[in-house]
Design a binder for this molecule. Structure first.
Ligand code: NAP
Length: 472
């Protein structure tokens, strides 16, 4: 029996060997790049063109014929032409009947047409087996061989056999096919190349917004206030001190924002008494970008760690330490050793180190190569339990840093509280809500809901039961 590369699906009898030619209609950039790749992989390629005579840019060893002649020679035809020009294919319906027709086209805008290009092609050539593929690979990547960023080829079709034939072809040229199901998925696949970091947009906006806000807050709190009230110029703080406040604060806020949607979702499920109703759109979007939020938070934590390491070599820090010693010598007295301060300082550093360590563990386990190597339960343990532990440690770190500064009125400059208090708001809300959720009575209810229990169905059963009794 003839089988494909995976020995699973029997191939079509009319497209089995590499010696079978592949037809590419259109000799533009993408048609040429794809044709070249097929040739390199040992296939023979026939191009169909409006001008079969003009072949100077085509690789050696290919045939160039008219559209009709080229399509007539092959069982698999790739349409490397813009959708706007598909009209001429209606004249080839007879020759294309029963053949595999691969649509590789993209659009200029998301949802540019009411139906996908592949569905439109199926409409123009109703007898063909239309498969959507290759549109997420660029001509440049195919030619240069730097395929790392676009090795995946999304494939979909209403004809299963045609789809698997194309998936084998994808594998044969060193790419990775991804089965996306029926032709209904074509629209989504056509939108992929038009999206720019879709999952990163929201986290980056949130992060940029918080960074700008907190930077300005700290500049006003530290630099502007000192200049205006005491006449001291501490503008040098803008280089290291202020960024080293902004990075950990934003990092902690973002880490809180990673876990906040999860607790919101739990409360919504508790309130609705079911897990079978959709979350609001904003919550869905938020939940989907938690990984990206966490990675941005980790990047900021790294920056905080690096900025902290340079503190001892700063002129300002060295000058302050030296001045302190000289003052003690001049006064002929030693600052007392305060055991509480020693405890506070050591605990603050210890919590920071441990928090950062678990932060890194969380980041590493979110890498696909690592998360693929653990099972769902292990992944959940790391991302949920260790995640909350990280949040707790980092919140403790920030709390010990600020300690009781928020109690002193002098620390409220122009009614602005010290910046570290802002960092504590979101994590404290998350931790308090989580604490409520893990109370045994609430945890039991939420676990039941997540196992499929519904309050409404119980109410209906109760009603039926009561009605039954009343009837008796
Ligand atoms: P292109 O360089 O403009 O080439 C398109 C080819 O279509 C032309 O060379 C021409 O071939 C043919 N053509 C033009 N007008 C026609 C008409 N009125 N009737 C019949 N054929 C016509 O475009 P391309 O970059 O190769 O893109 C081709 C398709 O691949 C597009 O749908 C695009 O969205 C998709 N795609 C491109 C890339 C990429 O990186 N370029 C990546 C993914 C997908 P002949 O002169 O030989 O007839």
């Amino acid at each position: 029996m003839d089988t494909n590369g995976t020995n699973l699906i029997p191939l079509r009898s009319d497209f089995t060997e590499k010696s079978d030619s592949i037809c590419i209609l259109g000799t533009g950039d993408f048609g040429r790049a794809l044709g070249f790749k097929f040739l390199q992989s040992g296939f023979s390629v026939v191009f169909g063109s409006r001008n079969p005579g003009k072949t100077s840019l085509l690789p050696k060893g290919v045939e160039v014929l008219s559209h009709e002649e080229a399509a007539g020679k092959c069982a698999l035809v790739i349409i490397a032409i813009q959708r706007d020009h598909y009209g001429f294919l209606s004249e080839l319906t007879e020759v294309l009947d029963g053949k595999i027709l691969v649509d590789i086209s993209n659009n200029l805008k998301v949802d540019q047409y009411p139906e996908s290009n592949a569905e439109y092609l199926a409409h123009v050539v109703p007898g063909a087996k239309v498969v959507k593929a290759f549109n997420t690979v660029s001509a440049w990547a195919l030619q240069s061989g730097t395929l790392d960023a676009s090795r995946q080829v999304f494939v979909c079709s209403d004809d299963n056999l045609a789809k698997h034939t194309v998936m084998d072809l994808v594998r044969a040229i060193g790419l990775t096919p991804q089965d996306k199901g029926s032709l209904l998925a074509a629209k989504e696949i056509e939108n992929y190349p038009l999206q720019l970091f879709p999952m990163w947009r929201l986290p980056v906006y949130i992060c940029a917004g918080l960074t700008v806000f907190l930077f300005l807050y700290c500049v006003i709190y530290d630099v502007v206030y000192s200049a205006a009230v005491t006449g001291t110029d501490v503008s040098f703080r803008i280089a290291i001190s202020i960024p080293n406040k902004v990075f950990p604060i934003v990092s902690l806020m973002l880490l809180g924002l990673v876990y906040l949607p999860g607790v919101f979702a739990a409360f919504i499920q508790l309130h609705r008494g079911t897990k079978y109703s959709r979350f609001p759109n904003w919550l869905d979007r938020w939940m989907l970008c938690r990984k990206q939020l966490g990675l941005v938070a980790l990047a900021y934590a790294f920056l905080h760690a690096i900025y902290t390491l340079v503190i001892p070599i700063r002129y300002y820090a060295r000058h302050r330490a030296a001045t302190n010693v000289i003052t003690q010598v001049q006064k002929n007295e030693t600052n007392p050793f305060l055991i509480v301060s020693a405890w506070r300082s050591d605990s603050y550093i210890a919590l920071g180190i441990l928090g950062f360590f678990f932060y890194v563990v969380l980041g590493i386990t979110s890498l696909p190569s690592v998360s693929n190597a653990v099972n769902w339960r292990e992944f959940r343990f790391v991302q949920s339990k260790l995640g909350y532990l990280t949040l707790l440690l980092c919140t403790g770190h920030a709390f010990l840093f600020g300690w009781n500064k928020f109690l002193y009125i002098a620390n409220f400059r122009w009614c602005m509280p010290p910046a570290y208090t802002l960092a504590l708001v979101i994590p404290c809300i998350v931790l308090i809500l989580k604490f409520i959720l893990i109370l045994p009575c609430i945890d039991k209810r939420i676990t039941k809901i997540r196992q499929g229990w519904e309050r409404s169905s119980v109410a209906i059963e109760d009603k039926k039961f009561k009605n039954g009794h009343a009837a008796i």
